[in-house]
Design a protein around this ligand. Structure first.
Ligand SMILES: Nc1ncnc2c1ncn2[C@@H]1O[C@H](COP(=O)(O)OP(=O)(O)OP(=O)(O)O)[C@@H](O)[C@H]1O
Length: 921
């Protein structure tokens, strides 16, 4: 080998070495490059899959090759792992939690139709209203596992429903609406949901399965051309609910019925459109209905009408593929609307609902329906509400509260006023406990229609709410005044308490003073026109008190219910618009005059028998509600309820004022309270006409004038007063401490005097029964004794001595005779006793049979020695010299006396003499 060749070879070898080295270097670079490119491709893949969303990416045809490429597998698995991790909480708990939320126990609101379709509902709203109503099944397509869950929407009181469909999915929209309506209709008791349907395209045809409801008035199908009419109807309903039901601070029916069962039905209005906007005026009115409807129980289902509403609304959009999205679940949930209910079963279910409703309508209407259990569960903080009758099977209520404080009831004799009052009182008494409601019941009618409420001889039960029952009050108009006075005092007591708590109304007072007992008071005066029957002091007082209570009682929870045969005749009452305007609740029985607004509201003229117009708007026509009033007075109605309530609480019997009964002295609390110890004893002369049934009292202080005169010709009246007076004194002295001289000057009074003698002797007192032959001696001796006290010659201090003189004037001639030696007459002695006796513990309780006869016993023109008197059959003007000018108004009436105590009274009082016979006990 040449040197040249050798060099060449070496060069070639070197080149080969170089090439190997270069290619080795180049190979490493390209591998590096390839690896980098692959990594970048995987990053890009992950970025795209994550960016696009794993679900979308998995279905993206462009990405399919990459998704299949094993080189990206790891990255895809990583993304899927992350997604699963992110969904873990939802996958584990989400669907089951939703299912639980949507489920309402035993309710068509969530159960499958097999459980309820065809069975009319029974809920009356008192146990709450389902918040969500099922519409279909949802899935989250993006979730790793497609677990279905129920989808429900809020409805009644909470939200309207807006459904938008496409041409192909309109039937699904119909299904959705029908299903929801059937769920709602089948949950509540028939009658509590009314459906209105308007379809822009069809006169009939929409929701045909619901048609059987029309015969029960639960479905109204509106003419396509008369949308206005339906919207007007809904607007009127909303207005009515606002003025009638949403009172006393309630803003929604929902909050009203939180206090009990739902009384106002829901109105569900379904509007089917054609995806075109409504005419502007309809659009606006629909928006108004939507805005105010939910609070008043008006619910809209708006289908295929583009509309924006300024109130809660749930929207369901149906897509062409048959699925839906709704605002409740958001865009990530695909909803499949529940399939249509079995075709044949829907009309049958609606027929069953209609039938039940009819049955209820016919069945509801008895007194027992007004007064169902549970009893005593209502709260009277804002008002008292009583169903009094039925309209189409639905209860019609009377409400007494701050905005409708007092009620006026009118109807001719026999039209059912008393029966109405029984219905109202029964309903109130069943709903409110005696701690929530007190009743004061006064009946001016002759007869005893309110006697039922007080314990009687046969039926010992009473109405536990009754605090006062006044019967046979027809001649004792003063008792009406006494009741009004009592209410006025109670009103002031409540106002003072409210002031102390810095509030103004009863409702607030109850909140501020939860421990206090602040029931609402309802005072009923039947035939109240008697109260204003004459132009006298009683009418004047009654008018003034009534005005006071009517105006200011409302905020203190004091309500008046006045009833009369002839409201038209009560001029004094109608003239006083200040009173009359307060009686915003008007109840007219058939043929009642003047109770409702006249002219313009003659609803009472046409009213059938046993019906009433109930009007809470001062009698103007739009406020009329007509109700059939159940029989509430025959046996087995009110009496039965009273017995049930009485058995529950008979701790406090009411005070009973019975104008036909004579009060028994030995039962009178004021008499039983008397006892020895008071140096100035109190005498009881009879019972005054007041709410407490208190006694007419005179304190026998040791001051001049503390003698009592009874004036009148009837021995029983006079003897009852003298007997009551002496017996009450007997109770206040220890045995032997006082002397009673009973001087009986006419035979007719002898049994009474003897009876009194027996009573006093039995109590251990010294009693002398003297007849006419001893009267002179008694008076002369007593006068002498008194003179010895006056002149200071007496040996012992004066002891109580009471001279009970029956028919003093019968001895007048005898007493006029003068003593031949002293020239003093018996009349002089009597005058001395009257004049100086009281200071020396000697008092005369005397009966004179006429005013002139009394005056003859007194020093001429000086009548001060008689400080207190009770007059019976004496005209007022005759009494003028003995009392204030008000005595002029007195017209005598049987068994009633006029009582005046110069020391205590500014005006006289009417008293009822006692029955003093102990043996009647
Ligand atoms: N809703 C009714 N259903 C059945 N019977 C009724 C109804 N209302 C009243 N009655 C009956 O009619 C009669 C008269 O009724 P009620 O005494 O209530 O009338 P009134 O208006 O108070 O009459 P008056 O003023 O003469 O007492 C009673 O026998 C009563 O039982």
């Amino acid at each position: 080998m040449s040197r040249r060749d050798d060099r060449r070879k070496k060069v070639e070898e070197a080149f080969a070495e170089f090439r190997v080295a270069v290619s080795a270097a180049l190979g490493a670079v390209s591998r590096e490059h390839r690896l980098l490119a692959e990594e970048r491709a995987q990053d890009m893949f992950e970025l795209i899959v994550r960016g696009e969303g794993v679900d979308k990416a998995l279905n993206d045809p462009v990405l399919q090759p990459a998704l299949q490429n094993p080189r990206f597998r790891e990255r895809l698995l990583g993304v899927l792992r992350d997604r699963e991790h992110a969904f873990r909480e939802w996958t584990d708990n989400g669907p089951s939690r939703l299912a639980r939320l949507v489920e309402v126990a035993n309710s068509p609101a969530s159960l499958p139709h097999e459980d309820w379709l065809g069975k009319p509902g029974h809920h009356d709203g008192s146990e709450g209203v389902p918040e969500l109503w099922r519409v279909g099944t949802g899935v989250v397509p993006s979730a790793p596992e497609q677990q279905p869950f129920p989808v429900a929407v809020p409805l009644l009181d909470h939200s309207h429903l807006h459904v938008m469909s496409t041409v192909d999915t309109r039937s699904t929209a119909d299904t959705l609406v029908e299903n929801l309506l059937l769920r709602v209709l089948s949950h509540f008791q028939p009658g509590l949901v009314h459906v209105h349907v308007w379809d822009v395209n069809q006169l009939t045809g929409s929701l045909p399965g619901l048609y059987p409801l029309t015969r029960a008035g639960l479905l109204t199908v509106h003419d396509p051309s008369r949308l206005q009419e339906m919207l007007d109807e809904l607007s009127d309903h909303i207005r009515r609910v606002h003025t009638k039901v949403l009172v006393d601070g309630h803003l929604t029916l929902h909050s009203v019925s939180n206090e009990g069962r739902r009384t106002e039905p829901w109105h569900v209005a379904v509007l089917f459109g054609n995806r075109q906007p409504l005419r502007e005026e309809h659009q606006q009115q629909l928006q108004r209905v939507a805005r105010n409807g939910l609070a008043s129980g008006v619910q809209l289902f708006i289908v295929d009408i583009p509309i924006t509403v300024n109130s809660p609304v749930e929207t369901i959009r149906l897509h062409d593929n048959g699925t839906a999205a709704c605002t409740m679940t958001g865009k990530h949930v695909t909803v499949t609307i529940d399939p249509a209910l079995p075709r044949a079963k829907v009309p049958r279910a609606c027929a069953a609902i209609a039938e039940k409703r009819e049955e209820r309508r016919n069945r509801m209407g008895a007194f027992a329906d007004l007064t169902r259990e549970p009893h005593w569960t209502e709260n009277a903080a804002t008002c008292v509400l009583a169903p009094v009758g039925f309209d189409d099977g639905e209860p019609v209520c009377v409400r007494l509260g701050d905005t409708s404080p007092h009620a006026l009831i009118g109807g001719p004799s026999g039209s059912g006023k008393t029966n109405f009052l029984y219905a109202m009182l029964g309903s109130l008494a069943a709903r409110y406990s005696p701690d929530e409601l007190e009743l004061y019941l006064l009946d001016f009618k002759e007869g005893v229609s309110f006697a039922q409420f007080a314990p009687g001889l046969k039926d010992k039960s009473w109405l536990p709410h009754a605090r006062l029952v006044g019967v046979n009050v027809n001649t004792d108009r003063e008792f009406g005044v006494a009741l009004l006075k009592f209410l006025a005092d109670e009103m002031r007591r409540r106002a003072d308490a409210a002031k102390r708590h810095e509030v103004t109304k009863l409702e607030q007072l109850r909140e501020e003073d939860p421990e206090g007992r602040w029931p609402r008071i309802v005072a009923v005066i039947d035939e109240f026109q008697y109260l204003f029957g004459e132009r006298d002091q009683v009418t004047a007082q009654a008018t003034q008190l009534l005005e006071d209570v009517a105006r200011r009682g409302r905020s203190q929870g004091i309500h008046l219910v006045l009833s009369s045969q002839d409201v038209a005749g009560i001029e004094g009452f109608w003239g006083k618009s200040a009173i009359f305007e307060q009686f915003t609740v008007r109840i007219a029985l058939p043929k009642a005059r003047r109770v409702l607004a006249e002219p313009g509201n003659d609803a009472a003229v046409e009213l059938p028998r046993w019906h009433a117009v109930i009007n809470h708007d001062s009698g103007v026509k739009p406020g009329n509600e007509i109700a059939r009033i159940p029989d509430s007075t025959t046996k087995g109605t009110f009496d039965l309820l009273q017995n049930v309530l009485w058995n529950r609480d008979h701790s406090k019997p009411p005070s009973l004022f019975d104008g036909s009964r004579t009060p028994l002295l030995d039962e009178l609390p004021d008499f039983l309270d008397l006892g020895p110890g008071d140096p100035n004893p109190t005498i009881l002369l009879g019972q005054v006409i007041d709410v407490a049934g208190s006694a007419a009292k005179v304190r026998l202080a040791r001051t001049p004038g503390r003698n009592i005169a009874v004036i009148g010709s009837v021995v029983e009246d006079a003897a009852a007063v003298l007997g009551g007076a002496a017996a009450s004194l007997g109770r206040q002295h220890e045995p032997g401490e006082a002397t009673f001289s009973l001087c009986c000057l006419v035979d007719e009074a002898l049994p009474n005097a003897r009876h009194l003698e027996k009573r006093l002797v039995a109590a251990g007192h010294t009693v002398n029964l003297i007849r006419v032959d001893g009267v002179r001696e008694l008076l002369d001796d007593t006068a002498r004794q008194i003179n010895s006290f006056i002149t200071g010659t007496a040996e012992t201090p004066p002891k109580p001595h009471y001279l009970v003189l029956y028919a003093v004037d019968a001895a007048h001639t005898l007493l006029e005779q003068k003593d031949p030696t002293t020239r003093a007459s018996g009349v002089d002695s009597l005058r001395t006793v009257l004049k100086h006796g009281p200071e020396n513990r000697t008092h005369v309780l005397g009966w004179w049979r006429g005013v002139q006869r009394l005056k003859s016993s007194l020093s001429p023109g000086v009548y001060d020695d008689i400080g207190a008197w009770v007059a019976f059959d004496v005209q007022g003007k005759e009494l003028l010299s003995l009392g204030p000018e008000q005595v002029m108004a007195w017209s005598p009436r049987p068994q009633r006396g006029l009582f005046f105590d110069r020391f205590e009274h500014s005006r006289p009082q009417v008293v009822i003499p006692f029955d003093t016979r102990e043996e009647v006990l």
